[in-house]
Design a protein around this ligand. Structure first.
Ligand SMILES: Nc1ncnc2c1ncn2[C@@H]1O[C@H](COP(=O)(O)OP(=O)(O)OP(=O)(O)O)[C@@H](O)[C@H]1O
Ligand SMILES: [Mg+2]
Length: 194
């Protein structure tokens, strides 16, 4: 079974350029990001294409998103949160190595694909609609050391401190997520901006 994300071409306003339709811009960003990413903690695009009426991305299907799991179970045990966080950091490391910034990491954009007593909760990062491609610096340094020039996107509740105070610097949005996993704050968040 698969999940399919569909963009209806009739959503283009009459005469509007594709680039002026925010939903299409999000769809295109997601398509381009998924096409160049391949990692066990990032949702895989099985097929990308279009018909006369639609653009579509076929993805592997997860069970639910992490927001739903947190709402149902409340705060996770520390070991569970650590296990999920390791998977997320691994996925974020991969996307950063490819010059892709997700910019909207939050429980609703993390898909729970499996849970077993031995392996625990397995997750994959999804929804690259707000992602951005940046140049990867050739300078030596930790792989997650990215300089971001356009930080005013994503969902405020999960934003890294340097996003909200306007500084450019290390992108620590993942830190906000870790706090959330053990603090059951999911219900307080609102939607993304941009
Ligand atoms: N591969 C998947 N497997 C299972 N559920 C999924 C999958 N992809 C998305 N979902 C569910 O659908 C919800 C919405 O999907 P997604 O986050 O990709 O889109 P969106 O936030 O509506 O899109 P956008 O921000 O690009 O407008 C997710 O929060 C999740 O619950
Ligand atoms: Mg989403």
């Amino acid at each position: 079974m698969f999940a399919v994300k569909v963009f209806n071409k009739s959503s283009f306003a009459r005469g509007a350029e594709e680039g002026q339709c925010p939903k299409y811009v999000h769809f295109t960003r997601e398509k381009e990001a998924l096409e160049c990413l391949c990692h066990e903690s990032i949702v895989k695009a099985v097929e990308v294409g279009e018909t006369e009426l639609h653009h579509f991305i076929v993805m592997e299907l997860g069970r639910e998103d992490l927001g739903a799991l947190l709402r149902c179970r409340g705060a996770l045990r520390e070991e569970e949160a650590q296990h999920i966080f390791r998977q997320l950091l691994s996925g974020v490391g991969h996307m950063h190595s490819r010059g892709i910034l997700h910019r909207d990491l939050k429980p609703e954009n993390i898909i729970v694909v499996d849970e077993t007593p031995t392996a625990g909760i397995s997750v994959k990062i999804s929804d690259f609609g707000h992602s951005k491609k940046v140049k990867v610096s050739a300078a030596p340094g930790p792989p997650l050391m990215m300089h971001v020039h356009s930080l005013h996107v994503g969902t405020d509740f999960y934003a890294a401190p340097e996003q909200t105070d306007g500084r450019k610097g290390r992108f620590l949005q993942s830190g906000s997520l870790l706090a959330l996993l053990v603090d059951r704050g999911a219900a307080r968040a609102s939607g993304p901006r941009e």
